[in-house]
Design a protein around this ligand. Structure first.
Ligand SMILES: [Zn+2]
Ligand SMILES: [Zn+2]
Ligand SMILES: [Zn+2]
Length: 158
């Protein structure tokens, strides 16, 4: 077969290949629906270790959460100190499920992570938001709303 012939065959086949890939993709999409509604999270993979939704992370993946620590704290298993204990196998490990993370105030999706000292967080963020995710601009807005902290904002001056 000459190179020209090979190129011609490829040209003829390419729409078929394209359609095949596209159909696979569509089939995949429809398998990620529940009661007809798309549930794309079912197809996501852990961006760190490539675990599929519902699978366990590769040991040492920093996305794996600790099953022993308080779940509202979302502690990383590799840093919380329980790694060896959990890997012994007696405690069920937490499989990967992709969740949306958004600012609890403005709803921004996947806001940038930032760090503030605990005392500051406690001072400016009202109690029911303290264990939630806030984006930096919303946190800064709270500091402007309560320059002396929320506890002191409405205290009568006596
Ligand atoms: Zn992972
Ligand atoms: Zn832990
Ligand atoms: Zn926000």
């Amino acid at each position: 077969m000459t190179i020209i012939e090979q190129i011609l065959i490829l040209l003829v086949l390419s729409p078929l290949i394209y359609l095949g890939v596209r159909n696979m993709w569509l089939a995949n999409k429809s398998s990620a629906t529940i009661e007809g509604k798309p549930r794309y999270w079912l197809q996501m993979v852990c961006h760190d270790c490539d675990a599929k939704v519902g699978e366990l992370h590769e040991p040492g993946c920093d996305m794996e959460r600790c099953p022993i620590c308080d779940p509202t704290d979302e502690r990383q298993l590799i840093t919380c100190g329980h790694y060896d204990e959990v890997m012994k196998g007696d405690i069920p490990r937490i499989p990967y499920i992709q969740r949306l993370v958004h600012c609890s105030v403005c709803n921004e999706l996947y806001p940038d992570f930032f760090n503030v000292p605990d005392e500051e967080w406690d001072k400016y963020v009202i109690p029911m938001l303290q264990h939630k995710v806030l984006c930096r601009p919303c946190y800064d807005a709270m500091k402007r709303l309560f320059p002396d902290g929320w506890r002191n904002s409405f205290r009568s001056e006596t």
